[in-house]
Design a protein around this ligand. Structure first.
Ligand SMILES: CC(C)(COP(=O)(O)OP(=O)(O)OC[C@H]1O[C@@H](n2cnc3c(N)ncnc32)[C@H](O)[C@@H]1OP(=O)(O)O)[C@@H](O)C(=O)NCCC(=O)NCCS
Length: 162
């Protein structure tokens, strides 16, 4: 992953988050733009406190993480991930609870790719997250994204805001 344009103080503050950044490529099949997004949006957000990365790790490395956005109009769990061999042990629930606390929001927005929906079902039901819309082709042609607790920007709004 390319972080070469990040200046030295910013890089130093990454600390243990670097392990998460290097894992994000694992999600690039769901979000092809994820590495550019992490460098251009997440990293500056960590520095100005509008973003947070929750990391669960042990000597074996990262067990799970959540990337959060606490904006003026949007409270969002941008990404949540638990290592496959550690799933169904409550780690995802713990990350959701910590996310709700930092975001100060019981129902933060979360979007789920169609391939991952089955892994999220129990967690989303127990957290009382509400499915608001299903959008096809937003991140990848022909693939559905399930939007909980909010709505995605329209293509024209995206063009303006990005
Ligand atoms: C969704 C995800 C985060 C869930 O993580 P997890 O650690 O498995 O979540 P939990 O263990 O808290 O809960 C999962 C299930 O285990 C159950 N569970 C929780 N603790 C448990 C325990 N101690 N014993 C048995 N079952 C337990 C939960 O009730 C839940 O029920 P379900 O089987 O009906 O779904 C994980 O599957 C994942 O990373 N999926 C892919 C993520 C992804 O695609 N991210 C990109 C888009 S954001």
């Amino acid at each position: 992953m390319q972080l070469c344009h990040v200046d030295r103080p910013a890089f130093a503050q990454l600390g243990h988050h670097y392990a998460v950044f290097s894992l994000l490529s694992e999600l690039s099949h769901f979000y092809p733009d994820i590495e550019r997004w992490s460098a251009s949006k997440v990293l500056p957000g960590l520095l100005d406190d509008t973003r947070k990365i929750l990391v669960e790790q042990d000597a074996g490395g990262v067990r799970g993480f959540a990337i959060l956005k606490r904006g003026v109009v949007e409270r969002k769990i941008c990404t949540i991930w638990v290592r496959p061999d550690l799933r169904c042990q409550g780690l995802g629930q713990s990350l959701i609870t910590q996310s709700q606390e930092w975001l100060q929001c019981v129902r933060p927005m979360l979007t789920v790719p169609e391939e991952s929906l089955s892994t999220f079902r129990g967690l989303l039901a127990s957290s009382d997250f509400k499915l608001n819309e299903v959008v096809e082709g937003y991140y990848r042609p022909g693939k559905k994204e399930y939007i909980f607790n909010g709505a995605l920007l329209s293509a024209s709004e995206r063009a303006v805001l990005q």
